[in-house]
Design a protein around this ligand. Structure first.
Ligand code: ZN
Length: 239
């Protein structure tokens, strides 16, 4: 069973009553308990804990890290970003949610700005499943509809995904690559768009299913062994 840590900046919930009404114990707690309903044990970590809750011990026993951040990307210490990046290269899975597109760790791993267009309005979102048969879409229908969400629009400045899992359409007319798979080093990475803090998106059972699927999928490389260095030839010369 994958060992999952759900990391949340945990600022909106403390300062905006509208967000606190939806996520009284924080987005991280809602996601962790949803994973529990899918049989995945998840612990949580937040920005204002020492080392942002991501000590070497915590990361060393994490197979998949889930990341939600927005207001305070710049407050995440570079030493912690370095540590998370190294764990991903060593095989830890990383699931980056919604406004986490702007996090230091995601931009570092992608190598691009990860910038996009956005609008907080009355858009509905249709996520089209464009990777039927992929482990992340197991049990997911042809599409998934969210009555209200923030719009994210193209151009989204990411590297071309290794697998595109979802494409979103918004009532304003925009489209967006809303589920994108990458590997960096041994680590499996999934970016998943939905989850603006003023909408109850992480209470949606279908969204929860995608995150649980992604956690299982992303955990599978956690014990990959990579060898580097300067070995003797496998076939000795002249043999
Ligand atoms: Zn948002």
């Amino acid at each position: 069973m994958p060992r999952v840590t759900v990391w949340n900046e945990y600022r909106h919930e403390k300062t905006d009553p509208a967000v606190a009404a939806i996520y009284p114990d924080g987005i991280h707690t809602t996601i962790a308990s949803a994973l529990g309903e899918h049989g995945i044990e998840a612990s949580t970590a937040t920005m204002d804990e020492p080392e942002h809750g991501l000590s070497p011990d915590v990361l060393g026993s994490t197979d998949v890290l889930i990341w939600w951040g927005h207001l305070a990307h710049d407050e995440v210490g570079d030493a912690v970003v370095d540590r998370v990046q190294q764990r991903v290269l060593d095989g830890m899975g990383l699931i980056v949610l919604h406004s986490g597109h702007g996090s230091k760790i995601f931009r570092r791993l992608m190598g691009t700005s990860c910038n996009l267009k956005w609008r907080e309005s009355t858009d509905s979102e249709v996520l089209w499943n464009v990777a039927p048969g992929h482990p992340i879409t197991e049990g997911v229908e042809e599409n998934l509809i969210l009555d209200q969400e923030e719009m994210y629009g193209e151009f989204f400045d990411i590297p071309t995904p290794e697998t595109l899992v979802f494409i979103s359409w918004f009532t304003g007319g925009e489209v967006f690559r809303s589920g994108a798979v990458y590997q960096r080093g041994a680590g499996r990475i999934f970016y998943f768009r939905p989850g603006h803090e003023t909408y109850p998106t992480y209470h949606n059972k279908e969204i929860q299913r995608v995150i649980a699927n992604a956690a299982r999928w992303a955990s599978r490389n956690h014990d990959v062994t990579q060898k580097f260095g300067n070995p003797a030839p496998l076939m000795p010369p002249g043999s």
